[in-house]
Design a binder for this molecule. Structure first.
Ligand code: SAH
Ligand code: SF4
Ligand code: F3S
Length: 463
């Protein structure tokens, strides 16, 4: 019999790390690890890390500093405490992680999660450390147990499902092709089976994940490749699965059949995160994005023709080496032209080993910070305008959880905004018509459109 041990996983970075954290928790369950919600309660801590910007990577080392103190306290009590670093910092830095932070027992890259039990057992039995950052030939997906967890981030009414990993695009600023390796798509039947299991666990919405998700080209059972559009069409036939989203896409892989799916597949939500990074052709070329601003405009026009209400989202990098004021102004102009419903903006961060980090004309931090502020102001005004445009409209909301206020539920619109609504608990997991009454930058509020107002009795019976 295994003695129960307690596991705390802290996740940094993108949704793929959120997905991976759930899978790591599942892979450790058979050897007795149960999830807890703070490091203080844990016997083992996994930091699932992100290397995308310097700040993200540095956060990990300050957390490791705190964990070193905790480990010392535990040692004084004669108790074991294991620390693992997983994710993209682990992949990028390997052995270096243990040199910089000797508190770390295990270092493992994103492709090695299925080996966690064996690594943990090795450290427990023999002591010392283990580093595993090669890209194994076998796929981790063939060795991970079936999904069982619910109620953790990325596993619930709205769940994540990784369908593609790695990236072959090599944008000059980006570490992902180095930390996640070459692009690999999972087979269609494997994804369908996982989607069905997630729905059986309660998922009503699935977000398909990949670093370059619309480059998906997994195999069908007959051995022919399926595009993301084909995969989405097949998933849309799963009973109980009401909403499908996908992220993150590269504009160059935005193919006609996927654009058409936004018109034809009802379950595919009218929202698309399509990062453009910059509104300047000169900077796009320098970044190796391999398309122009005009190309981007054309894709957006096609998407809007296919699905007129589609809400658009993007990522932006400001202060790329050599970015001039005129380049930056072109980005602001594109923002005004497209009117993004959602957007993320980042100050360029030079990453070791990437081509852009070696460029001579790195911009001063003051310039990057000032541009980031200007861009943020502009993006915020568009986000707020989009949200305000929903006021007075009736939209479908998929309720995911209870809100902070009593008798309040929180769910999302088809366009991705959170909405707070007075509603009975019984509506969790149900797509419901909601009249939007108020809008702020990060959330909306509304009331149930149905004339049957929930009564106190109703709350009492179901709560
Ligand atoms: N695969 C996605 C991006 C993953 S990284 C895509 O191609 O769009 C998420 C975002 O982080 C990127 O879109 C980019 O805007 C930002 N980013 C990546 N590298 C960065 C860097 N070195 N400095 C600042 N932001 C960066
Ligand atoms: Fe990075 Fe995305 Fe470019 Fe790939 S496509 S290199 S993940 S920014
Ligand atoms: Fe970060 Fe790795 Fe995701 S670098 S953004 S955790 S792919």
């Amino acid at each position: 019999m295994t003695v129960p041990k307690r596991l705390f996983v802290k996740t940094y970075g993108c949704q793929m790390n959120v997905y991976d954290s759930a899978r790591m928790t599942e892979v450790l369950a058979p050897i007795g690890y149960e999830p807890v919600s703070t490091p203080d309660e844990a016997d083992m801590v996994i930091l699932n890390t992100c290397h995308i910007r310097e700040k993200a990577a540095e956060k990990v080392y300050s957390e490791l500093g705190r964990l070193a103190l905790l480990k010392r306290e535990r040692a004084a009590e004669g108790r074991k405490f294991m620390v693992a670093v997983a994710g993209c910092v682990a992949q990028a830095e390997g052995e270096e992680v243990r040199r910089r932070a000797p508190v770390v027992d295990l270092v493992l890259g994103p492709q090695a999660y299925h080996r966690l039990p064996e690594m943990v057992t090795r450290v427990t039995r023999a002591g010392g450390g283990v580093v595993q950052t090669d890209f194994p030939v076998e796929s981790k997906f063939d060795h991970l147990p079936e999904e069982t967890l619910t109620g953790v981030e990325g596993r619930g009414i709205s769940s994540f499902l990784t369908i593609q990993e790695g990236c072959d695009r090599f944008c000059t600023f980006c570490v992902v092709p180095y930390t996640r390796g070459a692009e690999v798509s999972r087979p269609v039947s494997e994804i369908e089976a996982e989607a069905r299991r997630l729905v059986a666990l309660g998922a009503r919405e699935i977000t398909l994940l990949g670093q370059n998700v619309n480059a998906y080209h997994g195999l069908l059972p007959d051995g022919s490749p399926a595009s993301l559009a084909v995969l989405v069409e097949r998933l849309a036939t799963i009973d109980g699965l009401q909403r499908i989203r996908y992220t993150t896409s590269h504009p160059l892989d935005m193919r006609e059949d996927l654009i058409a799916a936004h018109r034809d597949v009802e379950a595919l939500m009218p929202f698309l995160h399509l990062p453009v990074q910059s509104g300047s052709d000169r900077i796009l070329a320098a970044m190796n994005r391999r398309h122009t601003v005009d190309d981007y405009r054309r894709w957006i026009d096609k998407l809007r023709a296919a699905r007129p209400d589609i809400a658009l989202s993007s990522d932006f990098i400001v202060g790329y080496p050599g970015e001039r004021e005129t380049d930056f102004e072109a980005t602001l102009a594109l923002v005004d032209e497209i009117g993004f419903a959602q957007a993320y903006s980042f100050k360029y961060s030079a990453r070791p080993g990437t081509p852009a980090a070696a460029l001579p004309d790195q911009l001063a931090d003051e310039v990057r910070t000032a541009r980031l502020e200007r861009l943020n102001d502009r993006l915020k005004s568009h986000m707020l305008a989009f949200n305000r445009g929903l006021v007075g409209r009736t939209v479908d909301v998929l309720f995911e959880r209870v809100g902070r206020r009593e008798a309040q539920l929180v769910g999302r619109t088809p366009y991705g905004q959170w909405v707070h609504v007075p509603a009975p608990r019984a509506l969790i997991g149900v797509v419901t018509s909601v009249v939007i009454e108020d809008a702020a930058l990060n959330s909306l509020s509304g009331r149930l459109a149905s004339s049957i107002a929930p009564t106190a009795d109703f709350f009492g019976a179901r709560a």
